[in-house]
Design a protein. Structure first.
Length: 243
């Protein structure tokens, strides 16, 4: 039995060594001949090698595609994201929201537009006075109106498009500079009441719309004291706004 095992080891080693030597011979002697001989130039793999079109890492191609999709989605929705600023009894409430209709309807969180306050929308760096049409304190939603038309809007995500592990991004307006801020992540879990993500963000971006990779609205962001981002689901928003 010991003798047979030794023979097996020698056989395996010989096969491995033979394959290694064959690979070196092909790479050093045979493949260069393929590259220089006219007959082999018609083969696709030779053409690709000569032109530098050999894909070394297919995973890298996928990453580039995802990044491009994210950039396109951001370009698609950036004009529909607005900032919110409300002043009440010398207290300032700041956050973000979304243009719901092209004629000036805005959706944001009820906590950002408390009763008795004076609210404004930040759009393209301009502060515009806003009227609060209705609030839903239980679901933390508010509908505002500004006197603007031809505004950019975004699409709404269907329930079927929300899935665990799905790529998402948040976009809001930084109140101190009126500049847009973007953060990306994935959906950790969700149900009819809430969508939870792995995104960590500043409290000042409360109310920021959360989008999927196609640029469709998933919900409005709720941010706790740890910076963890969850959202009010799109179905609740649609029911509140009557869409």
């Amino acid at each position: 039995m010991v003798f047979n095992n030794k023979k097996l080891i020698v056989l395996v080693f010989s096969v491995f060594l033979g394959g290694l030597i064959s690979g070196l011979i092909f790479q050093i002697l045979i493949f260069p001949y393929f590259l220089t001989h006219p007959y082999f130039s018609q083969f696709e793999f030779v053409k690709n090698f000569k032109e530098g079109n050999v894909i070394i890492n297919t995973r890298e191609e996928i990453i580039v595609t995802q990044e491009t999709a994210l950039e396109k989605a951001i370009d698609k929705v950036e004009k529909s994201v607005i900032g919110i600023q409300t002043i009440k009894d010398q207290e300032v409430f700041v956050g973000s929201g979304l243009i719901a209709t092209s004629d000036g309807l805005i959706i944001t969180l009820a906590e950002l537009v408390p009763t008795g306050g004076t609210s404004s929308v930040i759009l393209d760096g301009e502060k515009i006075k806003a009227q609060v049409l209705k609030r839903d304190s239980e679901n933390n939603l508010a509908l505002l109106k500004i006197e603007k038309t031809n505004l950019k809007t975004c699409g709404f995500c269907s329930t079927e498009q929300v899935r665990i592990g799905g790529k998402v991004f948040l976009m809001g307006i930084t109140p101190s500079s009126f500049l847009q801020t973007v953060n990306e992540g994935i959906i950790k879990r969700f149900n009819e009441e809430i969508v939870r993500t792995n995104i960590i963000e500043s409290l000042s971006l409360t109310g920021s719309p959360l989008f999927n990779i196609e640029g469709n609205l998933i919900g409005l962001s709720l941010i706790n004291y740890l910076g963890q981002v969850s959202t009010i689901p799109i179905q609740k928003i649609k029911e509140f706004a009557g869409f």
